[in-house]
Design a protein around this ligand. Structure first.
Ligand SMILES: Cc1cc2nc3c(=O)[nH]c(=O)nc-3n(C[C@H](O)[C@H](O)[C@H](O)COP(=O)(O)OP(=O)(O)OC[C@H]3O[C@@H](n4cnc5c(N)ncnc54)[C@H](O)[C@@H]3O)c2cc1C
Length: 531
């Protein structure tokens, strides 16, 4: 018999966004929080730098707003930027109340400064802010009587009244694969929240964890929600290139301390691209590395800090030193192999200030959402802030409508009578690799119209194949992720084809200049209708 759960709110995702919202809501509502793997498995745990907020008397909200607008290539929505920045301090105060151990100096919290910020405004927990934040919120959520946490529960698809053939469309729950039993369960709730993180796993190299397959974006799209600005994927210039080193970033501070980028023959090259050399902004460095790798057909380039003393390297970069040493690379003596890596999804499910999507009862918060904050490029450390601010505003909105009667529609159990076990799992792994490879080669840091057309042709064929496979075989985590990855890859390609200019993170050789008007790319699904 199908397991059937009822909650006031179902939150899909246990990162900074999902857990914050659950804790706000738990004062008034019964909440389920799902994670497709362990609770700590998303990007939040990996965040190193910190959270941007105006906390210093020398700083001002106006300055933070201007820095964000300027990073966003004139595409950030002024109202979203103001809303986020103005709620920065109260979000940090709330985290401090929860017990997040931010680093302190003599008399206050220590603030760092990052690229693009005109003031010191990054509050942090040493160099592992996300871990400290998530650990604290997980403990709080575990202690709350109103929150039930479900690990290894993978959302398959949203359930809407429209899908059930009922009038007055609204999201009423989701089908969830319990990865431990292999059965699909029904989670029914009048408020469903997508807090599923980004989609950087669509690319061959990424700093994100394995689960960043854009599930929330794909589910919302299938359910009939608009999706915005998916062409803006931020790439980090230097991720460690090694078969056993998954998602390990080499911080920009290595270049800040004199690290040189080298071609495989040992020649420096950054001066050919920007007079600031290695200290040029992140997207310029990523583009230069990508250009040289493509020109030489090379798998990686190199970052060399070995001219500094061993003591300096070990004291400034202890984590990088240890990680590389464990893989047989002594960075005090030899250069580090690096590649750029997909790092952050600026676009996502179109939402308003309260995290509301196009479907009543369905919210999207955190990296899954498109609030308009980031525009064409994300300002460092604004993303965790966005998770916190919109978790609170969405929670306030849900609380206001909690008195609405629960939708009692009978949701049918998941039907697997027509499917069998697959004996061709190779299709999943092959298609997974193929998507990530051509997305890297054709839809990556430097684009052209021809490459995008090639990618579109391939994704159309793959989507057809995946859809047939999905209809015939029993679902698994890998199949669900592949299906979602194909949807987000398609959305990225279509958005990139529509943007016939270069702006922020979208750079195309066919339209190298910025266009006269700053416009969002909003894709509308065929099953969309205004409610
Ligand atoms: C290496 C790295 C460093 C970073 N450093 C910073 C930084 O210093 N400052 C900053 O502001 N930002 C930073 N970022 C970005 C920031 O960490 C993320 O944008 C943010 O943590 C996203 O939080 P989230 O809650 O939206 O999603 P995540 O933390 O990614 O959580 C997603 C959750 O959704 C769950 N999920 C996904 N799909 C499903 C499904 N189908 N069913 C059930 N559950 C599902 C996952 O299991 C997970 O629990 C960094 C990112 C990376 C990768």
């Amino acid at each position: 018999m199908t397991q059937h759960y009822h909650y006031d709110a179902l939150i899909i995702g246990s990162g900074a966004a999902g857990l914050s919202m659950a804790l706000h809501l738990a004062q008034n509502a019964r909440v389920a929080v799902l994670s497709k793997r362990e609770l700590k498995s998303g990007s939040t745990w990996l965040a190193q730098g910190g959270i941007a907020a105006v906390l210093d008397t020398e700083d001002s909200t106006q300055a933070h707003i201007e820095d964000t607008m300027s990073a966003g290539g004139n595409l950030s929505h002024k109202d979203a930027v103001e809303f986020t920045v103005e709620h920065g301090k109260e979000s940090i105060d709330w985290l401090i109340e929860q017990g997040v151990p931010f680093t302190q100096d003599s008399d206050d919290y220590h603030l760092t400064k990052e690229g693009g910020h005109s003031h010191r405004r990054i509050i942090h927990s040493a160099d592992a802010t996300g871990k400290a934040l998530q650990q604290t919120l997980i403990e709080k959520a575990k202690a709350s009587e109103n929150i039930d946490l479900f690990e290894h529960h993978i959302a398959v698809d949203l359930i809407t009244r429209k899908k059930l053939g009922l009038a007055h469309n609204r999201c009423v729950g989701a089908y969830i694969l319990n990865d431990e039993t292999g059965h699909v369960e029904v989670f029914q709730a009048p408020h469903v929240v997508l807090a599923t993180g980004g989609a950087s796993k669509a690319y061959l190299y990424t700093s994100n964890s394995d689960g960043a397959t854009g599930d929330g974006i794909a589910m919302a799209w299938r359910a009939g929600c608009r999706v915005g600005n998916m062409e803006f994927n931020q790439f980090h210039p230097t991720c460690l290139y090694h078969p056993q080193a998954k998602s390990f970033l080499i911080t920009e501070a290595v270049r800040g301390e004199g690290g040189k980028l080298l071609l495989p023959d040992g020649q420096p090259f950054m001066h050919n691209f920007d007079k600031r050399g290695e200290l040029a902004p992140r997207d310029i460095v990523a583009r230069a590395i990508d250009h040289e790798m493509k020109r030489l057909g090379s798998d990686c380039l190199f970052l060399d800090i070995s001219h500094k003393s061993k003591e300096f390297i070990k004291s400034h970069f202890p984590t990088i030193y240890k990680r590389c040493k464990s893989l047989g690379i002594d960075i005090t003596k030899e250069p580090i192999p690096v590649v750029p890596a997909a790092h952050y999804t600026c676009g996502g499910v179109v939402t308003d200030e309260k995290g509301r999507s196009d479907i009543p009862g369905l919210y999207a918060i955190g990296e899954t959402s498109f609030t308009g904050l980031h525009g064409a490029n994300r300002l460092a450390s604004n993303s965790l802030l966005e998770c916190l601010v919109y978790a609170k505003s969405a929670s306030d909105d849900v609380v206001q409508s909690l008195t609405a009667p629960l939708d009692e529609s009978i949701i049918p159990a998941w039907d697997e009578s027509q499917v069998t076990n697959s004996d061709e799992d190779v299709i999943i792994s092959h298609n997974w690799d193929e998507i990530r490879r051509f997305m890297w080669d054709y839809v990556g840091i430097v684009r052209t119209t021809k490459r995008l057309q090639r990618a579109k042709h391939r994704i159309d064929l793959l989507q057809q194949e995946i859809s047939e496979y999905y209809s015939n075989y029993k679902i698994s985590n890998d199949l669900l992720e592949l299906r979602n990855l194909a949807v987000v890859a398609d959305l990225i390609i279509r958005s990139a084809m529509l943007r016939q200019e270069s702006r922020g993170l979208h750079y195309t050789l066919d339209f190298p200049e910025q266009g006269p008007e700053a416009l969002d790319t909003i894709l509308t699904p065929i099953n969309f209708h205004w409610n």
